[in-house]
Design a protein around this ligand. Structure first.
Ligand code: GTP
Ligand code: MG
Length: 136
């Protein structure tokens, strides 16, 4: 079995979609083994988004992630890293497939940052690194 870090980003929490998103994770058959609501710090976000530092969307992304609480979860199951990213859909919610979290629940809002509701780790290495950032 494998584990991944799932974040329900501030747009998802503010829109009251935490339950719907966690419901989908559980309905898929994955196990939520840790769960908390947090207000991210600049330091946490700099670590979490280190790969994006220097890109034009970096500061809008960090500002968005500082705009309200995030729900962080550790989710476990066989191939859960790939499985959750399939459930999330592609980065841009406007074009994410219907049936996915971003495709069903997200859209563009005319802003610089893609408010796309969720994050899921993209490899075993990034999952372990990100879990340490959010859960210590
Ligand atoms: P995460 O699961 O959040 O990591 O999303 P992702 O893996 O689909 O995207 P990626 O890691 O490439 O980018 C992280 C976040 O930065 C995205 O979820 C978006 O919120 C934002 N982002 C990424 N690429 C762009 C871009 O080209 N333009 C804008 N405006 N935002 C972007
Ligand atoms: Mg990513």
């Amino acid at each position: 079995s494998e584990r991944t870090l799932v974040l329900i980003k501030p747009d998802g929490v503010a829109r009251g979609l935490t339950g719907e998103i966690l419901r989908r994770v559980e309905a898929k058959g994955y196990t939520i083994t840790a769960l908390k609501q947090v207000s991210a710090s600049e330091e946490q976000l700099a670590a979490h988004y280190a790969e994006h530092q220097g890109k034009p969307f970096y500061q809008p992304l960090v500002d968005f992630m500082l705009s309200g609480p995030t729900v962080a979860a550790v989710v476990e199951g066989d191939r859960v890293i790939e499985g959750f990213r399939t459930m999330a859909g592609t980065t841009e919610p406007t074009v994410a497939a219907p049936g996915t979290i971003r495709g069903d629940l997200g859209r563009d809002w005319g802003e610089k940052v893609q408010k796309n509701l969720v994050h899921g780790s993209d490899s075993v290495e990034s999952a372990e690194y990100e879990i340490s950032i959010w859960f210590g």
